[in-house]
Design a protein around this ligand. Structure first.
Ligand code: MTE
Length: 315
């Protein structure tokens, strides 16, 4: 993505991966590991288990990416732009106490405590494909609940047309937000957005866990969204505010480089990024490239949202 070179951190905050990986798993994963540019053996310990019921109808029947890859090969520019920065540095993020303000054009604006959210909605496990705009992908068993259920609680007003998601702004917890940090050129906080009908689509998931566990800090603890038919950057991490608005939100990547990152950002093999093709992708942990599917394989469920739209123009 659009970056300047990162300053490399040194951190004492590194936990032996043997805490969650057996030696055999480490050896077996070694070949795939070598495929991960920037992947490091360093990671935070695995978080606590989290119960959820598998939603089979909404899950892919594909083997998940290895947990250790999904938690050490990350994009979370608040911790730096290298793939291993989040796993090394995310110990500074404090996911409790945490609250999420849901407001804007709604009848019943409310601030939810994260633990209240966990009690309010039954947790589902859904195995989704994640396709990054950088042309790599993973299969991740997320845990969460439909965003539509949360929005239903606050009762969107008739004038609401878009939903804006804002990540925590706190340079103390996020080194990448500190002045002078020459990692990314994003304006903080990270802001993303969806059209209201996209936000209400049953695939759009508020996510609080993965792999049967609480969401690790580097994956966006304690709460993020996951929108599986769009490039990964639409899925904002560590959210503190969800606001319903009339106008299309000014989102972080579209502000940084509107020619390269559009508001819609539906996975589309037919529309190249200005600097690379989107026709194929590298599934993390595999050698061969795969063909990228329109809407990341979810076309049958979401293509109707875009009837009549020119998706080359609305990239
Ligand atoms: N959210 C915030 N706040 N900051 C980020 O840098 N990166 C995005 C998205 N959400 C990002 C973010 C990108 S580019 C991707 S591909 C996904 O998070 C990666 O999610 P993962 O690290 O859990 O795989």
């Amino acid at each position: 993505m659009l970056i300047k070179r990162a300053e490399r951190f040194t951190s004492n905050d590194v936990t032996d991966p043997a805490l969650y990986l057996s030696r055999r798993e480490l050896m077996a994963g070694a070949a795939a590991w070598a495929l991960l540019p920037g992947a490091s053996a360093a990671a935070l310990p695995a978080p606590a288990p989290l119960q959820a019921t598998r939603n089979v109808g909404r899950s892919l029947n594909e083997p998940p990416t290895k947990y250790e890859h999904a938690t050490t090969y990350n994009n979370f520019y608040e911790f730096g732009v290298d793939k291993d920065d989040p796993a090394r540095l995310a110990g500074s993020l404090r996911p409790r106490p945490w609250s999420v303000r849901v407001d804007g054009l709604v009848q019943k604006p409310k601030t939810f405590d994260i633990d209240e959210l966990l009690r309010l909605f039954p947790l589902e496990e859904r195995v989704y494909a994640l396709r990054c705009v950088e042309a790599w992908s993973m299969i991740i068993p997320w845990i969460g609940f439909p965003l539509a259920a949360l929005l239903g609680r606050v009762e969107p007003a008739g004038s609401a047309r878009f939903v804006e998601f804002t990540t925590l702004l706190d340079p103390e917890q996020f080194p990448g937000q500190r002045p002078g940090f020459f990692g990314s050129s994003l304006d903080w906080p990270y802001v993303e957005g969806l059209r209201l009908d996209e936000a209400l689509h049953p695939l759009t998931l508020v996510t609080v866990g993965m792999y049967g566990r609480v969401l690790p800090n580097q994956n966006g603890a304690p709460i993020r969204v996951v929108v599986p038919w769009k490039y990964g950057f639409k899925s904002a991490k560590s959210i503190v505010r969800i606001r319903l608005v009339r106008e299309q939100p000014a989102t972080a990547w579209a502000r940084a480089n509107p020619r390269e990152y559009g508001f819609y950002s539906n996975v589309n093999p037919a529309v190249s990024h200005p600097r690379w093709s989107q026709a194929t992708e590298r599934r993390i942990g595999e050698f061969r490239r795969r063909t990228t599917l329109p809407f990341n394989g979810y076309a049958d469920q979401v293509a109707a949202l875009y009837t009549g739209m020119d998706l080359r123009k609305h990239y």
